[in-house]
Every structure is written in structure tokens, then in C-alpha cells.
Design a protein around this ligand. Sequence first.
Ligand code: ATP
Length: 348
Amino acid sequence: MAQVTLSQISKVYSNGFTAVHPASFDIPDGEFVVLVGPSGCGKSTMLRMIAGLEDISSGGLNIGTRQVNDLDPADRDIAMVFQNYALYPHMNVRNNIGYGLKNRKIAKAEIDRKIREASAMLNLDDYLDRKPSQLSGGQRQRVAMGRAIVRDPALFLFDEPLSNLDAKLRTQMRIEIKALQRRLGVTAVYVTHDQVEAMTMADRIIVMNEGRIEQIGTPTEVYNRPETTFVASFMGAPPMNLMVGVARDGQLRVGDEPIAAHDLPTSGKVTIGIRPEDIVPDENGDITIDVTLVEELGAHRLLHGTLAGQDISIHVDKDNIISVGSLRVSLKPNAVSLFDAITGGRLT
Ligand code: ATP
């Protein structure tokens, strides 16, 4: 187990492209941190610098009490689980799991004990003699996890480990990985572009965009108080509604529609953010929405339409029977996030 500290870490590739601008954060011992962001935002580069697979251009990286900038991956006391599992096709499951230990000159009996322990933990007991080609995607993923576990690392690193699995298996494996990490108490850094994985697995989420950290926080903090319009639109499906609005004389409006808001911190043009589930059908509501499409989701309905000509989505539960046309709504308390219209930074 270990605390991980990044101090002004950056990555400039040899072609001069800055993939990670100087970034600092601490990961306390035993925490599960998820790096999330769109393709190309720099999250894999960040993880690969922690792993030692990519040189660090500037800044300091500590794992535990050691500065590891110049240490080889093998000397960093980490284990990495990749998207493609990186299993040896000619070896059976037992040997794939134990491979890293053989190179460490550990006694055979001890290796066998660790393999048995890991395979029991991962429900792989019945598959130890099979080759990777004779396993399902989920089982291969577990073998890759087993190989990481037997090494007893200070730090687990995951690079999109579930992206080759179908949706149902992904849901199951994310619960398994999180439960395993809790049980082992090991510090973990997990990279994904999937905001649902980030929300469900993380103790803390780090949202990245274009090589910079946009926000660090618990899933609830990041969801409820996005610091930027980028985070607001990246986290949540459907995302937060973002609309051009105007604050004037203590009143916030989108077009002519009044949007309730307390203590406006500014006047003039603003970006108004409202989560789809914070808008409630209400025949006495002050706001009128033109609903153009109703999507059935079983337990919920998703309404698409416009508010004063701007696109808006509303998430209602299945008891709300709503048809296209004019709809009166009100907002839940504290539903409104306000962002600077130019910088996209949070105002309240
Ligand atoms: P994805 O989810 O698609 O893997 P990512 O967020 O993990 O994306 P990175 O792989 O870290 O992104 O890449 C970040 C940026 O750095 C991208 O614009 C990428 O094109 C660039 N990049 C990656 N490797 C190199 C390299 N060796 N030389 C130059 N640029 C690179």
C-alpha cells in the first residue's frame, strides 16, 4: 500500500506536443482514483508516466516515500492491468498468473500458494489449466487481475480494463474490481473514458480535458458541483443542460422565461446549467418548455425539447405521462449552476 504524490508532472512528447500540462495531486493510501476524460485528453499518458512506461518531462512522482521518476517499471512496486489483458497465449492460466513471480526467484510452494489464493478470490479455480484462447473475455480479464494481485503491489494501475467487454459484463466486472480493491486495501489509479465507470468505481474522480485537470472530487462533488462547463457536460447521461442566459435586476432568464435563482453573483450574459432530473413537470410552474420528443426508457422517460428556443432535456419517472407540446415545469431547489459565459468557470 502506498500514497502517491504527483508534483507538477508534465509530458511533452518528442514532437513538441504537450500531452499533460503540469499537474499536481495526492492519492492517499488505499484510495481508488479514476482518471476520466475524452479521447486524447492525456489520461493514458498520465497513467503511463506513473507506471514508468513513459518518461516524465518535468515534475516529481513519489510512490510511498520514494521518488520514482528514474526507476524502471519493474522497480516501482506497481502492477498494471491493460485493456488487451496482455496474457501469454501459449501459457495456461496458472502460469499466466504466476509468471511475474517466477522472475522474482520466489520458492515454488509460495508461488503455488499465491496462485491458489488469487484464483479462489477471482473464481478461476476451474480454469487453471486452460489457455487464454479457451476463456471468455471476462475470465481473461480476471486472469490479468490475478497476475496483478499475486505480486502484492503497492499500487494497482488500470488502463481501460473493461472496454473490450460487453455492457452486462462490464457492469459485473466493475463491481468485482471495486470489491477486490476494497478487500485488498490497495491504492489504485484507473483510466477510463466512461463517466459511468468513473462515477460508480471512484473514491475520487480526476476529470481531464486537453492535457489539463478540470476538476478533482468525489463522484457526488463532481456531479453536483461541476467546476466548469466541460465537467458539467462530460459527467452525466444525458448531460447537464447548458443554456445561454442573462442575469439582470436579480432575475435570471433564458429568453423571456424566468429561471429562479438566489443571490446572483453577476449581471449580464451567463451560462446556466440545470441537470435533466432537476426539472419537474408542474402545472403551476413559471417555466414553459416545448416538448418535441418523448423517449421511453422503461423506468424513466426522457423529454427533449426547447426552452426559449434553446435545446433542453428533462428526465422524469415513468409515472409522468407526457406528450409532445407545451409543458409547464418548475425547478428543484438548488437546481441552477451558473458558469462564466466566456471562461466556462463556475460562478456559484
Ligand atoms: P484515449 O482514450 O484515446 O486513449 P487518452 O486521453 O488516453 O486518449 P493519450 O493517449 O494520453 O490520451 O494521448 C494524449 C495526447 O497525446 C493525444 O493528443 C495523443 O495524440 C498525443 N500522443 C500520445 N502519444 C504520443 C507520442 N508518442 N507522440 C506525440 N503525441 C502523442
